[in-house]
Every structure is written in structure tokens, then in C-alpha cells.
Design a protein around this ligand. Structure first.
Ligand code: C2O
Ligand code: CU
Length: 683
């Protein structure tokens, strides 16, 4: 809300101040005292309104800064001074002359209001307002702000000097008699020339911007995507050179006998939802969600992936499992995507347990949504017994006849299951979709026993709270079945409760009216504290701050709304280089209009604080941090898994439009390449 008000204030400032500047810049001619006064009054009204709008922008920026300094620093450094300083000059220089003119309208007072002291402040305020809007919409600034701020402010000063020079000449001319103008045809000719120049120049600029935003067809993620475009050919040669490690060597040992073997075959398949709607899906082993891979912590797992998709490459990422880098399934970074007809073998030995999942990481935004995903459940050495252990993926399917339909697994309408009273039920909820989903569980109190597969310490019973799970995230929820039905429902703000979800009862019958708990379950204030290997008081070797925004501009050749990190999009988005052993802190601040579930591959992150409040309950370990609109999170992790790792928003549509970064360890290089021309498409 504050951000929207801020944008509106920025836009209105541009409108009002440019109107005032244009009006004040008109050549002074005496028509009648009445019209002169009317004009002076209009100008005064515009200046009054503009002053209010300046105060409004100062207020909105202050409110943003009160949420977090991170939301306001760029505006405090650039937009506010660019607007407020000339606005003060307006009050000092322009307003007295306008008042005099309004009081005694005459050619003399009117010409006095044409002086540079009166006109230029209005022009510069209009320019400052434009700068303020531009830097909120098209070119978002992020720290370090010194250079852009100096550049912008000195350009404004230069512009003011030019405007002063021009206005001085006009003013002198106005005082020395009536205006001498060029002949009509000459003026028309001049106007046409100016318009043509602006048109041609503008088109050229737009084309240039579009062309330069095109992503390279072939680039390397070595040394960070920012330096990638000019990457050398045959990068494989450098891998293994003195002092560097190639990702290809960061594998699980190849010779040991695996404890468990799976084969996943990716192919096209028509899938029927519970209601009968059909989906042209891409599926592993003919179903989606794909087969549940259930392994035990510490076992050596070997998974053979075969690609039978029509003309599409594929790869598989083990989301939530800190595998060796080469097993991570990121095409163009840790492997080449598997071509149609091809095969790739993944091996890893999970050190963690819990509810994880796998999904394609080739064109993730398309392939995962089309169904190439499934559960990867890792049992701890001594698993807690439950009577019902159900995996439920919230997904939206593009159906053949009904558009987008959401479903829990394939149930797009209320599903009924049986559980005897007294039995223990565990729901493993996964959000494999591209929105945050909110769930309500009614008819029983429950415990949230794991977040992203990581056990919660000392979970206590909760009820009447909605569970908000970001894209890619998992919640394990457990309860003892009461002697009345229990209902799990997904809630959507605008749609409300739909006739969907899961109804559990002794005989599979019965009804529960769904409800909408307004309060949200807060994972950062739940359960019991426990010691952690590091925490808010630790000494961090690296700290990275990331502000998420929307920006309007060209991306990959098209004019779009993009998703930026510190004002930048992939491959220019901030890149983080670490050394093994580093203790890294990251700060996420979401100033955009959408949630961003940030997923760092290969590492578990510990939440330090959310919106400035430290974690009070159980330690919160996550692999996907759902930074909701207006939120600020602080997280930390130990750099203990060398490689080149993706760090991206798990909403595929955001990753495709810029929100994709990498974390690389010093001296690790990849021989693989990404881009349209390589067959490796990570997004
Ligand atoms: Cu689950 Cu990079 O993704
Ligand atoms: Cu996002």
C-alpha cells in the first residue's frame, strides 16, 4: 500500500510540476488584467498542489523507511533531494513573484514572474519529479548509491545552469519589447524537424535498448554470470588448471554400490484430474506427481533419468538435498541437459532427512509446471511411526478444456480419505506451484513438525491458524485423528474457500464447513529454542543485501515487467563469491508486488530474523525462504559445499524475467554453458 502511494505520489508530482513549468514558461503578453490574474492564480494553485505532493512523497518514503531502511535509501539519496531542493527554491524564488502578479496583474508584474529566478525552479522541480518517477519504475537504484547519486545530481545542476542561461536570454528579450518571431512557415518547418529528430532518435534508442537486453545465446557462469557474456570458448580446458576445481569432479564416488536404485523416465502423457478434466502433462514414469522416492538418510542413492520427451531436453534437481555440486541437475552449470533419447545418472548420499522433492530444472518454469516433479522423502535413522503418511502437492494444471485449475495431487475437487479415530496422521504438504498457497486445517489441532523437511524442535499444538507455504516450500503437519472429520483446504484471498481439499474421517464420509482463519502461522515464533552452530551474534565473513523490485523495461528483447535484485536482472543480478568455510549472511527485502520464495541450492539456511524480529522458537532451517510482499528476512549459512550453485526465486515466471542468481566458490569452474544456442536452459 505504501509503495503504491509512493508510486502515485511520484507520478502526480511529474504531472503537476511539468504543468506548472510549462505554464510559467509561456511568453509574457498582456491581454487583460482579469486573464492575467486567472493565470497567476492557476500557477499558484499548481505550486500549492505540487508542494502538497512533495510532502506526500516525503511521507511515503518516510513510511517505507520505517518498515526498513532498505526500502528507502535509494529514494532518500536521489528522488527526494532531486524533488525537494528545487521545490524549496520555488517557494523562495517563484511564489513571491506569482503573488505580486496575482495582486496587481500588469505586463510588468507578469514579466517579473518570467525571470529565471521564478521559472527555472519550476522547471528543475519538474525534472526532479521525473527523476523520482524514473528511478522508481525504470531504473531502480541500489547501494552503493554514491556514484549514481552524484551522477544524477550533477546532471540536474548542469541542466539547471543551461535552463538559467536560456531563461535569462528570454527574459531580457521579453523586457526589451514585444516578441519577434520567425515567419509561420519557418516555425512549422522547425516544428517538423524537431518532431522528426525526436521520433527517429527515440525509435533508435528503443531499438538499441531492446537489442542490448537480449540474453546471449551462449554464456558461461564461470566467475559469475555478470562476467559471462564474453566467456572464452572451450571452458573445459581451464577446468582442472592449476588451483581450480571443475564442477565435473564434485561428484559422489562413482564406484561404490548404491543402496537404492531408481529410474525416472520423462515422457509426455495425458493425465486425468479427479473431476475428469485432462492435462497434456510431462510426467516421470507416466504419472504426476512422479513416483515417490523414499530413501533412508545416509544411503547411497542412484537415480537414472531417461528422456523420452518430444524434442525437449530435461534435467532433474533434488530440491532440499545438499548433494555434491555435479549431482545438482542444473543444465549449463553442473551438467548438460539430457537430450531426447539420452540418459543421465545421479548419485548422492543424503545427510538430511525429511520431505524434499525433485523437479526438472531445464526450462523449469515450463517443465515443472507441466508435471515433471515428485516427492523425495528421506527417512531419518529412527523414523517416528505414523499410521498415515500422505504426500500432497499443491499445483496448478493447465487443463485442455478448462484453463488453469489447482489441485492437491490430482484432486481438483474435495477428496475423501479414511483414518480411524486415534490414528496418527502426517501430511507432507508441498507447494509445487508458482504462487504462495494458504491452507487451513480444521476439526483438529495439529503440530507443524517440519519446515522444508527440517524437523521443528518441540512443536506445540496449534489451531485456527492458516499455513502459508511459498512456492517450492514444504510443511509437515501431524495430528491424532479425532472422532469427527478433519478438513484440509486451500484458501485464496480473492476466490475464498473452494470446494476442494481433503476430508478425512473414520468412514470417509461427513462434512466440515471450511473456514478462513485470519491469523497466520509464524514459523519464526513456534516451538522451542535449541542451540545452533551459528546465530545472529556470529561473526559473518560475508554479508549480502538484496532488495527485490519490479521494473519496467526491456528484457531479452521484449518490453516487460521484470523482477529485479538490487535493480538488476539475470545475468547482471548480484553474484556472490564465497570461500569454503565462510559464514555468510543474506538480507532479503521485498519491495515488489509479489512474494519471492528464494531458493539457494546446495545449502540449508538458518533464519536469523524476520521483519527485524529475531527467531524466538525452534531454530528455523529452510532451503526456500518465502519473502512476502513488504518483508525483510535475515538468513545465514555456512559455505560448506563447494560448487557453483543457483540462488533464485522459485516462481518460474520470476526467474525467467530476471530473478536468478548464482553463488560460486572461489576457484570452482564449470565447462558447461547456458543460453538458447547451447540446449541448456536453466530458467
Ligand atoms: Cu527447486 Cu533451482 O529449484
Ligand atoms: Cu519471485
Amino acid at each position: 500500500m505504501v509503495l503504491n502511494a509512493d508510486m502515485q505520489a511520484a507520478a502526480l508530482n511529474v504531472l503537476v510540476w511539468s504543468a506548472a513549468a510549462l505554464c510559467a514558461g509561456r511568453w509574457p503578453v498582456e491581454r487583460s488584467a482579469r486573464r492575467g490574474r486567472a493565470r497567476a492564480m492557476t500557477l499558484l494553485a499548481l505550486v500549492g498542489l505540487g508542494t502538497l505532493l512533495v510532502l506526500m512523497r516525503i511521507t511515503t518514503v518516510t513510511l517505507m523507511g520505517r518498515e526498513s531502511r532498505l526500502f528507502a535509501v535509494d529514494r532518500i539519496a536521489v528522488a527526494l533531494p532531486a524533488l525537494a531542493v528545487p521545490a524549496v527554491a520555488v517557494l523562495v524564488g517563484t511564489v513571491p513573484r506569482l503573488l505580486a502578479w496575482a495582486r496587481r496583474p500588469s505586463l510588468e508584474t507578469r514579466t517579473a514572474a518570467f525571470a529565471p529566478t521564478a521559472v527555472v525552479p519550476l522547471q528543475i522541480t519538474a525534472l526532479g519529479a521525473l527523476v523520482g518517477l524514473w528511478t522508481a519504475l525504470f531504473t531502480i537504484l541500489a547501494p552503493p548509491l554514491l556514484r549514481p547519486a552524484l551522477l544524477i545530481h550533477s546532471s540536474v545542476v548542469l541542466f539547471a545552469a543551461l535552463a538559467w542561461f536560456r531563461q535569462t536570454r528570454r527574459w531580457w528579450a521579453a523586457r526589451s519589447g514585444p516578441r519577434t518571431r520567425a515567419s509561420r512557415p519557418l516555425r512549422a518547418l522547425r516544428a517538423v524537424a524537431v518532431m522528426t529528430a525526436v521520433g527517429v532518435g527515440g525509435t533508435a534508442l528503443v531499438n538499441l535498448a531492446a537489442a542490448s537486453s537480449r540474453l546471449p545465446d551462449d554464456m558461461s557462469m564461470n566467475m559469475g554470470p555478470g562476467h559471462a557474456a564474453g566467456g572464452h570458448h572451450g571452458g573445459g580446458e581451464s577446468a582442472g588448471a592449476a588451483g581450480t576445481t571443475s564442477v565435473t569432479s564434485l561428484t559422489e564416488p562413482r564406484d561404490e554400490r548404491p543402496d537404492r536404485r531408481y529410474t525416472l523416465v520423462a515422457a509426455e502423457r495425458t493425465v486425468r484430474l479427479a473431476s475428469g478434466r485432462t492435462v497434456r502433462a510431462w510426467a516421470f514414469n507416466g504419472r504426476t506427481p512422479g513416483p515417490t522416492l523414499r530413501v533412508r538418510q545416509g544411503e547411497l542413492v542412484e537415480i537414472t533419468v531417461k528422456n523420452r520427451l518430444p524434442g525437449e531436453n530435461v534435467s532433474v534437481h533434488w530440491h532440499g538435498v545438499d548433494v555434491p555440486n555435479a549431482e545438482d541437475g542444473v543444465p549449463g552449470v553442473t551438467q548438460n541437459a539430457v537430450r531426447p533419447g539420452g540418459t543421465h545418472v545421479y548419485r548422492f548420499r543424503p545427510e538430511e532427512s525429511g520431505t524434499h522433492w525433485y523437479h526438472s530444472h531445464q526450462q523449469t518454469s515450463v517443465q515443472q509446471m507441466k508435471g515433471l516433479f515428485g516427492a523425495l522423502i528421506i527417512d531419518p535413522p529412527r523414523p517416528e511411526r505414523v499410521d498415515h503418511d500422505w504426500f500432497l502437492a499443491m499445483h496448478s494444471w493447465e487443463t485442455e478444456n478448462d484453463g488453469d485449475v489447482t489441485a492437491l495431487n490430482l484432486a481438483d475437487r474435495l477428496e475423501r480419505r479414511r483414518a480411524a479415530p486415534g490414528s496418527r496422521v502426517r501430511l507432507r504438504l508441498l507447494n509445487s506451484d508458482r504462487l504462495t498457497h494458504e491452507f487451513s486445517l480444521i476439526g483438529t489441532s495439529f503440530r507443524v513438525t517440519a519446515l522444508d523437511g527440517n524437523a521443528v524442535n518441540g512443536p506445540t499444538p496449534v489451531s485456527g491458524r492458516k499455513l502459508a507455504i511459498g512456492a517450492g516450500g514444504r510443511y509437515d503437519v501431524e495430528f491424532v485423528m479425532p472422532d469427527r472429520p478433519v478438513r484440509l483446504t486451500e484458501i485464496q484471498d480473492f476466490v475464498g474457500v473452494r470446494d476442494q481439499g481433503l476430508l478425512i474421517s473414520a468412514d470417509g464420509r461427513g462434512e466440515v464447513a471450511p473456514d478462513l482463519p485470519s491469523r497466520e502461522f509464524d514459523p519464526t515464533a513456534y516451538g522451542t529454542p535449541a542451540p545452533t552452530p551459528f546465530g545472529p551474534g556470529s561473526r559473518f565473513t560475508r554479508t549480502k543485501t538484496m532488495v527485490f523490485d519490479n521494473e519496467i523495461g526491456f528484457y531479452d528483447g521484449r518490453f516487460r515487467i521484470t523482477w529485479t535484485v538490487n535493480g538488476r536482472t539475470f545475468p547482471d543480478a548480484p553474484h556472490l563469491t564465497v570461500r569454503e568455510g565462510d559464514l555468510v549472511r543474506m538480507r532479503f527485502a521485498n519491495r515488489s508486488h509479489f512474494d519471492h520464495p528464494m531458493h539457494l541450492h546446495g545449502h540449508h539456511v538458518l533464519v536469523l530474523s524476520r521483519n527485524g524480529r529475531p527467531v524466538t522458537g525452534s531454530p528455523v532451517w529452510l532451503d526456500t525462504v518465502n519473502v512476502r510482499v513488504g518483508e525483510v528476512w535475515e538468513i545465514a549459512f555456512r559455505a560448506d559445499n563447494p560448487g557453483i550453485w543457483m540462488d533464485h526465486c522459485h516462481i518460474g515466471d520470476h526467474a525467467v524475467l530476471g530473478m536468478m542468481m548464482h553463488l560460486s566458490y572461489e576457484n570452482v569452474t564449470t565447462p558447461y554453458r547456458v543460453g538458447r544456442g547451447t540446449g541448456n536452459r536453466t530458467e
